[in-house]
Design a protein around this ligand. Sequence first.
Ligand code: 13P
Length: 229
Amino acid sequence: MISHLPERRSVIDGCLAMNRLGINQGMSGNLSHRVEGGFLVTPTSMAYDAMTPDDIVEMGFDGTYLGNRRPSSEWRIHRDILRARPDVMVVLHAHPTFATALAVHGRGIPSFHYMVALAGGDSVRCAPYATFGTQELSDHALTALEGRLACLLANHGMIVLGASVQAALSLGVEIETLARQYLYAQQLGEPRILPPDEIARVAEKMRRMKYGQPVDDNDAPEDTARPRR
Ligand code: 13P
């Protein structure tokens, strides 16, 4: 019997969704999901709408794999992030148009908007360029992701991390939206950047409110509206 069938299905659903949501196109990008003892990752160079659960590759942290397909060329990125970050279940890599437009200039996303805090800090960093599929690129990505759930990759694309496929997709859409807003805002000059202490305040409020996650009524923090009983 095939192992980790629900996770294999959610990897495929996540890939189809990233293209449908407009944060990726064609066969670009790849997606992984942590499973016991390792992770599942998309096969290299395969159209997402042709993928079946059997095509998803199971890998160990030692870089060995099981299955008939070769793993994504970026398996090192997935392996290294999942090994270093126990909080992360899903790694999504995509080539979204606006985020990539910034990344080809080696630019990240500064705190021009408070929603940048969703990625875990006061900026989304851009990792330096290295050839796709190399250990060097993975090392750069891991550094750019320190304390963050997202980064850009110079002349390449974006990585987002999540506790689930849904969380990674939704952060991916947020990052692409921020990149689009930042590029539009720059038409009028460099926008005002919110200072680190304001982003820290926003991050603390988001944490307390569980902002961006389905919230339990009984768990409402002090400064939110209260349900009528
Ligand atoms: P793979 O098809 O090997 O996953 O490559 C896609 C990609 O985006 C490489 O960065």
